[in-house]
Design a protein around this ligand. Structure first.
Ligand SMILES: Nc1ncnc2c1ncn2[C@@H]1O[C@H](COP(=O)(O)OP(=O)(O)OP(=O)(O)O)[C@@H](O)[C@H]1O
Ligand SMILES: [Mg+2]
Length: 633
């Protein structure tokens, strides 16, 4: 039994939402070797300093082993402050061996179960793994803790996002935050997670089927000679989903990591910058973005997943150049069309497997029906294939040709329609198209028809809202939706309904912030509606003005800021489209818009410069300045 748990009773451990802090001395074995017999007193001093700080935050010692503490707190804020106080105490103490004892700390909040005077549960493992990922002197937090803190960002404490990391033995990757506080060091190497770094998206729902496809692709990418695999298929086939799953499966083969680059809103000439962004490569001091990328990638074993390349086919030669100049680079590209360059290995992705017959057992096992059932159950609890509905479910999947996106849209309607009613309605529309063939153009039209049908079923208010949402590029936070679309109290309700219909998606950012966005195919559809609507100009102006204030507020450097500065990087696409709008209006003669454009470019100046977008930023600045050159400022 460990020394501290002897005096603890089961009641002493806090229950409910608990914040767990693990600490561990970095290099303790080395320290022991170096200090010999004086290691004991040094360890004792370290314990005394930490215990004092933990007690001040009402921390309860759960376990202490050798150089490691496990302490529980009722309050996340107190845990954070106790960790900061203990790091300060360790740093300022005059150690007899002349250098500070460096302790790594990891904090995570959850609901562990108390059994026999100890905590049990995945949250305990998670907290311990987070501690293991920290360096001596560093405090790392999980997203769960970051999300319940009330003090983050207030003056002396600050959280720095370190991105998503996969921790040993834990299935779901963790967003890690570094605590920064006065007097404490801030520069550390990347967290020592055992798996390579990655920003590949992980999905809340599980991947359905695709076992053979993943096997084929893994074998393909595993060959030394294969450096570029393009997964092709029409919109909504599941290319992105499959590429992401593949990348995570083979992550271990890429010690320098796997990175996801979304090109869905990029032009060909912005592809290099998008890749640099995703890799966190700064282009400062390099003659060009491409040479900065080559410098970074030439000695790295990295996997790049480049999504939606059809948007930027003009950049195929860039891909060829990167592969040629970076011999250890591997790329997986998703695209509706192949890149058509040397060395490309195309993998034409088929939709999900269809049921071979309409009996319940066969339908249940087919991939397409599994997706249908999973999505239907999300809007209608308990939905399952039954002997009664099996043939309707099978028929819907066949009509939709196993196309995942179309299946999702149809399944979302199970809230209102029984599978048979859904089949009748959708079937009428699709019969005109399919005529028994199932090649790609037909598939494409089948999806279009399904989106049409989903759209037609919306109320007039939902339709307008869905159309107007296309004004955002790269998604939007709720506040932006509310302010730009001006729906006041109805906005959340409308968003929720569109999410239910699978037309809008919801995504939680690293700091617990929620963003709303649309899959590329769906946004293209709503954008078409927006472009031909009367409200377009008004809406674009409201969007641009909103993001102008957003940028000006974010670039305001007054010291009395109460809330953390908003994240401009996630809004970069919205900023670009706001700039493009101001410029368009200015070119049509609006002096006011010329000025607003210049104000926006100026507000973004520092962000562009510090976030590796200097080249793009100066182009915008030049353009907006030129439009103002005749007007007095
Ligand atoms: N195997 C699968 N399991 C679960 N969901 C899937 C699967 N395949 C696709 N989906 C879902 O279907 C939808 C469309 O898939 P995805 O976005 O990957 O298609 P895509 O081929 O990349 O489309 P686009 O060409 O428009 O980018 C997504 O919501 C995705 O999560
Ligand atoms: Mg995609």
């Amino acid at each position: 039994m460990t020394e501290s748990s002897q005096s603890l009773s089961k009641n002493a451990l806090p229950q409910g939402t608990v914040t767990l802090l693990f600490t561990d001395i970095q290099g303790s074995t080395k320290l022991l070797r170096k200090l010999g017999t004086s290691y004991g007193p040094t360890l004792g001093t370290h314990r005394r300093l930490l215990r004092t700080a933990f007690a001040a935050g009402s921390g309860v010692e759960v376990d202490t082993q050798g150089d490691a503490f496990f302490v529980a707190f009722r309050s996340a804020d107190k845990a954070l402050r106790a960790a900061v106080a203990s790091q300060r105490a360790l740093l300022s103490h005059e150690w007899s061996h002349g250098e500070p004892v460096m302790v790594r700390m990891g904090i995570h909040s959850g609901h562990p179960t108390v059994i026999d005077d100890n905590y049990v549960g995945i949250d305990v493992h998670r907290a311990a793994r987070i501690c293991g990922a920290a360096h001596g002197g560093q405090i790392l937090l999980s997203q769960a803790t970051a999300g319940i803190l009330s003090t983050a960002g207030d003056g002396d404490l600050h959280l720095r996002e370190l991105g998503v990391h996969r921790l040993k033995d834990l299935e779901h990757p963790e967003s890690l935050f570094q605590v920064e506080a006065r007097d404490l060091p801030t520069d550390f190497p990347p967290p020592s997670t055992l798996e390579p770094p990655t920003n590949i998206p992980s999905y809340a729902s599980s991947l359905i089927g695709r076992v053979a496809e993943l096997e084929d692709l893994e074998e393909m990418v595993g060959q030394d000679a294969v450096r570029l695999v393009t997964v092709t298929g029409p919109g909504g086939t599941g290319k992105t989903r499959l590429a992401a799953a593949l990348a995570l499966d083979i992550l271990d083969d890429f010690p320098n990591g796997a990175f996801f680059v979304d090109l869905s809103r990029a032009q060909s000439d912005a592809v290099a910058a998008e890749i640099a962004d995703s890799l966190g490569v700064s282009i400062d001091g390099s003659p060009s973005t491409v040479s900065a990328l080559v410098d970074h990638l030439s000695a790295m074993r990295i996997l790049l997943v480049v999504d939606n390349f059809e948007q930027a086919v003009g950049a195929a030669s860039l891909v060829a150049e990167l592969l040629q100049r970076c011999p250890m680079l591997t790329m997986i590209v998703t695209s509706r069309v192949p890149l058509a360059i040397d060395g490309e290995h195309q993998y034409a992705l088929e939709p999900l497997g269809l049921p071979a017959s309409s009996t319940k057992a066969i339908v249940e096992r087919s991939e397409a029906a599994q997706l249908f059932v999973e999505r239907a159950a999300a809007v209608r609890k308990g939905f399952a294939v039954t002997a009664d509905n099996a043939s309707a479910v099978a028929e819907i999947c066949r009509l939709l040709d196993g196309l995942p996106l179309a299946i999702e849209l149809a399944a979302a309607r199970v809230k209102l329609f029984s599978p048979q009613a859904l089949l009748d309605r959708l079937g009428d529309r699709l019969k005109l198209l399919t005529g028994g063939r199932s090649d790609s153009p037909v598939r494409h039209r089948a999806l279009r028809t399904t989106i049409d049908w989903s759209y037609d079923l919306l109320s007039p208010q939902e339709r307008a809202f869905f159309r107007d949402l296309a004004v955002f590029s790269g998604g939007a936070a709720f506040e932006a939706v509310e302010r730009v679309l001006g729906m006041d109290d109805d906005a959340l309700d409308l968003l929720t309904r569109l999410i239910d219909h699978s037309l809008v998606r919801q995504h939680e950012g690293l700091a617990g912030d929620v963003r709303f966005w649309m899959l590329a195919t769906i946004r293209e559809y709503s954008l078409e509606l927006l472009e031909s609507s009367d409200s377009r100009a008004d809406l674009r102006s409201r969007h641009a003005t909103y993001f102008l204030s957003f940028a000006e507020e974010a670039s305001d450097e007054r010291a009395d800021r109460k809330t953390p500065a908003p994240d401009l990087e996630v809004e970069h696409d919205n900023m670009r489209s706001a700039l493009a709008w101001f410029i368009k209006r200015a070119e049509a003669g609006s002096e006011n818009d010329a000025l607003l454009g210049l104000r926006l470019a100026s507000a973004l100046g520092r962000f562009w410069y510090t976030h590796g977008h200097a080249v793009e930023g100066s182009a915008w600045l030049e353009q907006t300045l030129a439009l103002n050159s005749s007007a007095p400022i």
